[in-house]
Design a protein around this ligand. Structure first.
Ligand code: ADP
Ligand code: ADP
Length: 235
């Protein structure tokens, strides 16, 4: 489903963020990339949707190599969930979730915000499925709690039924209980749809609880790749 083939990343200032990482994520897997700050998690996730171009190696999504020419085809197939939610705070919950459909719409429809009835129903259904109620639909996102905002982020990510979701530290700005609830929700939504998820985390306990597979990164290299039961943190 997602294949990193000996990718390396050296930023313009000389920082080596990743060094020869190979990773194949099969369809339907909830794969957690675990590592402390600076380990290379974001760089890896950003390579999977073409935001970072590897200085060596290649990345394929559903067998299609990521390149400038294939991005328009690949992007609508990938849902994104961010640490800081990346929602439009002044807009409503409904508008933010509908925005998840934009990558697949003709530019003029997208610019005019012309969503179909089917898209609107879908957004409502998703909002309900992430545990928000009808009263939240027209609420501004800025009035919601962090946990609720990330629920909106998850609903938006699933708007196009993407086969792949990338979640970059989705719970890093939430308290422990909310982190637990949000990861539970994300995993549940993914299981229900058979979605492949690549999710970065820095908390070992959360990784062990929610991952089908843990890939631990340290200074840009894979130091563990296996089932959570086999993971033994080394200090
Ligand atoms: P820190 O520097 O904060 O201790 P590291 O960057 O060393 O964190 O490690 C990142 C993650 O990878 C941590 O969750 C750590 O437990 C795990 N890890 C580090 N080294 C190994 C190893 N040799 N085998 C398995 N897991 C490891
Ligand atoms: P993580 O997500 O695990 O915190 P990152 O992928 O963000 O790790 O960063 C890996 C390394 O690359 C770090 O040393 C970071 O400082 C560096 N880095 C990330 N982005 C850039 C950039 N745009 N320019 C230079 N260095 C960067």
């Amino acid at each position: 489903m997602l294949n990193f083939d000996s990718v390396a990343m050296r930023y313009a200032d000389g920082t080596r963020a990743l060094d020869g990482v190979s990773l194949q994520v099969p369809a339907g897997q909830f794969c957690v990339v675990l590592g402390s700050s600076g380990a290379g998690k974001s760089t890896l996730l950003r390579m999977a949707n073409g935001l970072v171009k590897p200085t060596q190696g290649a990345v394929q999504v559903e067998g299609v190599q990521i390149a400038a020419a294939s991005l328009a085809r690949i992007r609508p197939r990938i849902g994104m969930i961010h640490q800081q939610f990346n929602l439009v705070l002044r807009s409503t919950v409904a508008a933010n979730v509908l925005a998840g459909a934009l990558p697949a719409m003709p530019t003029w429809r997208a610019l005019l915000g012309l969503f179909s009835d089917a898209q609107r129903s879908k957004a409502c259904a998703l909002i309900e499925s992430v545990g928000l109620q009808e009263q939240h639909l027209l609420r501004r996102v800025s009035e919601l709690s962090g946990g609720q905002q990330q629920r909106v982020g998850i609903a938006r990510a699933f708007m196009l039924d993407p086969p792949l979701v990338l979640a970059d530290e989705p719970v890093a700005s939430l308290d422990p209980q909310t982190s637990h609830d949000v990861l539970s929700l994300l995993r549940g939504q993914a299981r229900e749809r058979g979605t492949t998820v690549l999710c970065s985390l820095h908390q070992i306990e959360l990784a062990c609880e929610f991952a089908d597979r843990i890939v631990a990164l340290r200074q840009g290299a894979v130091v563990f790749d296996g089932a959570p039961e086999a993971f033994e943190p080394k200090v």
